[in-house]
Design a protein around this ligand. Structure first.
Ligand code: ZN
Ligand code: FE
Length: 255
């Protein structure tokens, strides 16, 4: 059985990932309902469930409306800000979707929000706003140390793991990343590819964990070149990966 993963575009730069086998479908982070409902109808798919990474409206805003038309179970972090009737899942829990023959394990990735989670299985990673291609989420509710640990967990996944993040931020992230690592050839190549894709209004995702380790500065805080760039920016920052991470994140926030 083959599983297709298609992007449903939402808002200006969100992707709702639709994972399906031609009969059943799982929706990841549906921030709005109309296009997701249309996708299910057009492709004649039954909704098997929702995977939800965090409570922000652009990730959960469509859940209630979709469910009034297509009742289905939902899994997400234990957080009172989540919609009603979301089964809370924690680090190491498994989410089973028997209709699609899929199972995902839950990875807690605090930093962007304090209860953010990611779903991993079948060499697929749905990581919401924790890891972006060539970037990472803003630290709304967490510290650089927390986010560094979260990103470290994702970096430990097998390198072929495909990374499905929730936003099309790659071109902007590439522009920033070259300031951090101007001599990184893998990054240069990624920037060129992304520029070409975006010129044609194409999606830059998924990438892979192996790719991200080669060019994402937030996955490279132990690399001398990245630590060096951080020290240039904040000379007293210290050398721990967490400190370097904090500098790079503040730098990106100000960029
Ligand atoms: Zn978010
Ligand atoms: Fe978001």
């Amino acid at each position: 059985m083959t599983i297709d993963i298609e992007a449903i575009r939402a808002f200006s730069d969100n992707y709702i990932w639709a994972m399906h086998d031609g009969r059943h479908c799982v929706l990841v982070d549906p921030g709005e309902a109309p296009d997701a409902l249309d996708f299910l109808k057009r492709n004649n798919l039954r909704l098997a469930g929702f995977l939800l990474t965090h409570h922000h409206a652009d990730h959960i805003g469509g859940v209630d409306e979709i469910r009034t038309h297509r009742p289905a179970p939902a899994w997400g972090p234990p957080d009172s800000r989540m919609p009603d009737r979301v089964s809370p899942v924690r680090e190491g829990d498994r989410v089973e979707i028997p209709e699609l023959g899929l199972a995902f394990s839950v990875i807690e990735t605090p930093g962007h929000t304090r209860s953010h989670i990611a779903f991993h299985g079948h060499e697929l990673l749905f990581c919401g706003d924790t890891l972006f291609s060539a970037g990472c989420g803003r630290l709304f509710e967490g510290t650089p140390t927390q986010m560094q640990r979260s990103i470290d967990k994702l970096a430990d996944l097998p390198e072929p793991t495909r990374v499905y993040c929730a936003h099309e931020y790659t071109a902007d992230n590439c522009r920033f990343a070259v300031q951090v690592e101007p001599d990184n050839e893998a990054l240069q190549a990624r920037c060129d590819d992304v520029a070409e894709l975006r010129r044609n209004d194409r999606i830059t995702l998924p990438s892979t964990i192996g790719d991200e380790k080669a060019f994402n500065p937030f996955m490279r805080t132990r690399r001398p070149a990245v630590a060096h760039a951080a020290r240039q920016r904040e000379p007293d920052c210290g050398q721990t990966p967490e400190a370097v991470f904090g500098v790079i994140r503040r730098w990106k926030d100000a960029a």
